[in-house]
Design a binder for this molecule. Structure first.
Ligand code: PLP
Length: 369
């Protein structure tokens, strides 16, 4: 059985470091906030080469808090891609603003910058590019559009810890950026966790206030905020794991190379594309194929778990019926939606396993002809 993601292999490889980190948090009783959270925030900011890292409870909260720090709320519109995890648009709605969906690019799956301008109105306040699957969005074009229309840019980096464009890490392009440390992400905690990063002192201050009941000093509530804090266990685990992030990303990249190599002779399968100068960190290895459902079933019968990121584009979900949008407005993402399939991908996936998966895909297509 090859699981879609196997987190136990990673734990086994650094078991003593993780166990030590957990037991020290417990003996220090630093359960919420505290020194482990402060040191992880410093380490992650240093990793990115950014001034501030503000920790919070999860990646969805991070987006909502970042938007609020930008002053976004009722009456405002925020541009989001039609193809992403629902957190991106959900967080916009939670601030009282309206998510405005924009189509994506067919080979890269990220927001199509050429479509953004058509959706800008007098109410548009921000753009949220998502570095989907680990591939950076076209930040050059997005930053140019944002500058022209004076819009904020919030990068949703939940799937792209360590991804780069010409050596510059994602999370450092926009006004503010957010990360999720959900367990399966490239840098994952052992529970929920997230953070916001920025070079802007004022935004850093505001997000800190919002995430912790409006207080920087205990009982000095400057505003009403909320409870969205990282706990000490997650921070200690993340600190232990951060040291390995670059190695693990290298392994994902190498696994993607092996997949590309073993799949290249199968004409029915399109392997993922990357862009010259862009470092794709393969949170997801997504192929396109016309026979997705049958292939998926076949792989499953051979002990290979796959998944779909995501079965339906956001504007087509029941949650967004009220926006009343037609598939024609998201031609590209709507068109590829039935063909995308995510193959197992994690750093510890072995070459023999990738070989077996690709042979099984080859077998499926040779049985068909
Ligand atoms: C995982 C994810 C988030 C946030 O996830 P949480 O589970 O709330 O930490 C946000 N955006 C995208 C694109 C994601 O994949």
């Amino acid at each position: 059985m090859i699981k879609f993601v196997d987190l136990s292999k990673q734990y086994d490889s650094i078991k003593s470091e993780i166990d030590d980190a957990i037991s020290s948090v417990i003996s220090e009783t630093e359960f919420v906030g505290g020194k482990n959270v402060r040191s992880f925030a410093d380490e992650f900011a240093k990793y990115l080469g950014i001034k501030h890292c503000i920790t919070c409870a999860n990646g969805t909260d991070a987006i909502e808090i970042a938007l609020k720090s930008l002053g976004i709320g009722k009456g405002d519109e925020v541009i989001v891609p039609s193809h992403t995890w629902i957190s991106t648009s959900e967080a916009v709605t939670m601030t009282g603003a309206k998510p405005v969906f924009v189509d994506t690019l067919s080979y890269y799956y990220t927001i199509n910058p050429r479509e953004i301008e058509n959706h800008i109105t007098g109410r548009t306040k921000a753009i949220i590019p998502v570095h989907l699957f680990g591939l950076p969005a076209d930040m050059d074009s997005i930053m140019m559009i944002a500058k022209k229309y004076k819009l904020f840019v919030l990068e949703d980096c939940a799937q792209a810890h360590g991804a780069k464009i010409d050596g510059k890490l994602v999370g450092t392009f926009g006004d503010i950026a957010t990360f999720s440390f959900y367990p399966s992400k490239n840098l994952g905690a052992y529970g929920d966790a997230g953070c916001i990063v920025t070079n802007n002192d004022e935004l850093s201050e505001k997000t800190k206030l919002i995430a912790n009941h409006g207080q920087l000093i205990k009982h000095e509530h400057k505003i009403e905020g909320r409870n969205s804090r990282m706990d000490g266990l997650q921070a200690a685990i993340l600190s232990a794991k951060l040291k390995y992030l670059n190695d693990w990303n290298e392994k994902r990249i190498n696994n993607a190379k092996l997949y590309n190599e073993y799949l290249k002779d199968i004409s029915q399968v399109r392997t993922p594309s990357t862009i010259e100068g862009f470092t794709h960190v393969y949170y997801v290895y997504c192929i396109k194929t016309l026979d997705r459902e049958n292939l998926r079933e076949f792989l499953n019968s051979k002990g290979i778990e796959t998944t779909i990121h995501y079965p339906r584009m956001l504007p087509m979900l029941d949650a967004y019926n009220y926006i009343n949008q037609s598939p024609g407005e998201f031609k590209i993402s709507y068109e590829y939606q039935p063909y995308i399939l995510s193959l197992p991908m994690y750093p510890e996936l072995a070459e023999e396993e990738i070989n077996y998966i690709c042979d099984t895909i080859r077998e499926f297509y040779s049985l068909k002809v």
